[in-house]
Design a protein around this ligand. Sequence first.
Ligand code: ZN
Length: 360
Amino acid sequence: MESWRGQNWENGSLGYPVSDEFCGLRESGCGQHFQHGEIYWSPSTGAHWVRGAIVESWRGQNWENGSLGYPVSDEFCGLRNSGCGQHFQRGEIYWSPPTGAHWLRGSVVEYWRAAGWENGRYGYPTSDEMCRIMAGGVRQCRQTFPRLVINFRGDTGVIDCSRMKCIALTFDDGPSQYTSRLVDILDANNVNATFFTVGQNVGVYPSTLRRSYGNGNEIMDHSWDHPDLTGLSSAGVASQLSRTSDAINATVGRRPILMRPPYGSYNSTVTSVAAQQGMAVVLWNNDTLDWSNRNTSTIISRATGSATPGGIVLMHDLYPTTVDAVPTIIRNLKTQGYVLVTASDVIGNPSPGRVYSRRP
Ligand code: ZN
């Protein structure tokens, strides 16, 4: 009743009650439904109102019985981009007009808060927490934001390469007939990687790409048909990149934020077009030359012998000799204390148009 009065009785955002108060809820709590929202109370949290899209999100988490528990604040609005948020016992729900309402909890909240909540580099979440068990048995979660993703794994916690010894395996020029086996190997070893795909191959192996993305790997832009981009006009570069990004987005539902120029060949036209399209330019600091040597033991020694923290390893998912090398590469890098992550995670906060060959 105090909470309803605080919302200006029936003239406020909740309207009239549409149920009596019901009690006997979890932790001896009570609730009441209103025309446009809810009020929930428990002895430890007090009474708080919930409404609109945040109610829908909370209901989707099974009300007070779910992973979020009772609200511990009312909704607060007037945030960045006209957004609103609400604190719960074990998590948060944040809403903004373009992103909708999504919940976060646990160490993802801690990490997001440390980055400045919705005002930081992540902005508002564009998904709820999404979790799965990798084929290797590790629980893996991710939460997407407009540009970045927060990855969380049962064995490592939130992937934070400012504190962890990270390295990124990257695979160019696919997808190919060998990519599906590679995706299985990564999953069986509880790791993720980044695929710089050639646009004209996207439509040939769409289900492989979707499965790879669903497993937590990144699908990024490596041009439409692999020309040397420095020989093209600005419009030509723009077409190479946007056609590929459109195809990737249409296939996996997310636009690339990284591009890798074929042959690592770029100039100021390439970087400015990449900036216009919201992509960082990602090279490598460790080239296995797998396309040339086609020798599994050579690839293994190149990938692991000169590994560096924050490094980016270049390989190609076009050759069975490369795929054969990956299980041992993963094992050796883990033995050296590395956490194998995506290129975005290694870089941390990729800036459009900027060129990276390792963690800056
Ligand atoms: Zn290439």
